[in-house]
Design a protein around this ligand. Structure first.
Ligand code: SAH
Ligand code: DHB
Ligand code: MG
Length: 221
């Protein structure tokens, strides 16, 4: 089975390259105990986000879609003690679980978790003078991906990165006949990025414990 091979290879990556002190086993256990959907980034993907943030020396990050904070912690660990990640979450129960995870992992001082619909919270951040950001990770309701890209672009510094999760969806996004709202939303993101002269972008397909999916990565010119 192809999918079993993908999972076995993710395990192999984890066994070799992810130390037990960074694997966040407790975060994933707490998420499962609270009944959160298992849609966090994979461990290998979380470390990839961590590496991206480290590579650009990120000090300020915006995340849209916190869930239990698994990706938040990977990103927060790439920030120095003076760095900040603002993470936006619609579901108060998800946010409560995330707060506990972020505290247990020792990064609470770097994490500013806001509860509400991202499209309501983003204008408030602008009014606060938020930004410029070094990195944005967009991983919430896919229907709004193009809107979230616009906001991320507005907050970004030149050279900053915008990363969007789940832009392949097992081929559904590239299948123009597929009218699933999440596929349509990510298709609109590709159109928006293609039309933008302000970014240099590509997307990478991934396989593993999350099945067949991928990230869009854009660098702000
Ligand atoms: N980034 C997380 C996974 C996020 S799952 C990780 O990898 O660990 C997507 C999250 O987006 C869910 O928790 C969901 O409640 C949240 N979400 C959905 N619609 C939203 C909205 N309009 N505003 C903010 N968050 C939203
Ligand atoms: C879904 C959302 C995600 O962010 C993800 O990584 C996988 C699946 C979903 O809503 O189906
Ligand atoms: Mg996702």
């Amino acid at each position: 089975m192809q999918e079993n091979d993908w999972i076995a290879s993710d395990r192999f990556i984890e066994d070799h390259l992810i130390r037990s002190d960074e694997a966040q086993g407790e975060t994933l256990r707490a998420n499962a105990a609270a009944g959160l959907p298992k849609i966090d980034v994979s461990t290998a993907q979380g470390k990839f986000l961590h590496l991206l943030a480290l590579s650009i020396g990120a000090r300020k990050i915006l995340e849209i879609g916190t869930l239990g904070g698994f990706s938040t912690v990977w990103l927060a660990r790439a920030l120095g003690p003076d760095g900040r990640i603002v993470t936006l979450e619609f579901d108060p129960k998800h946010a409560e679980v995330a707060r506990a995870n972020v505290a247990r992992e020792g990064v609470a001082a770097r994490v500013d978790l806001r509860v509400g619909a991202a499209l309501d919270l983003l204008p408030k951040l602008r009014a606060e003078g938020f930004g410029p950001i070094d990195l944005a990770f967009i991983d919430a309701d896919k229907e709004n991906n193009a809107n979230y890209f616009d906001w991320a672009l507005e907050f970004s510094r030149p050279g900053g990165l915008i990363v969007v999760d789940n832009v392949i969806r097992a081929g559904a996004v590239a299948d123009l006949a597929n009218m699933d709202p999440m596929a349509v939303g990510s298709r609109a993101l590709f159109d928006r990025v293609a039309d933008s002269k302000r970014v240099t972008a590509t997307a990478l397909q991934t396989v593993g414990t999350k099945g067949w999916d991928g990230f869009l990565i854009a660098r702000v010119n």
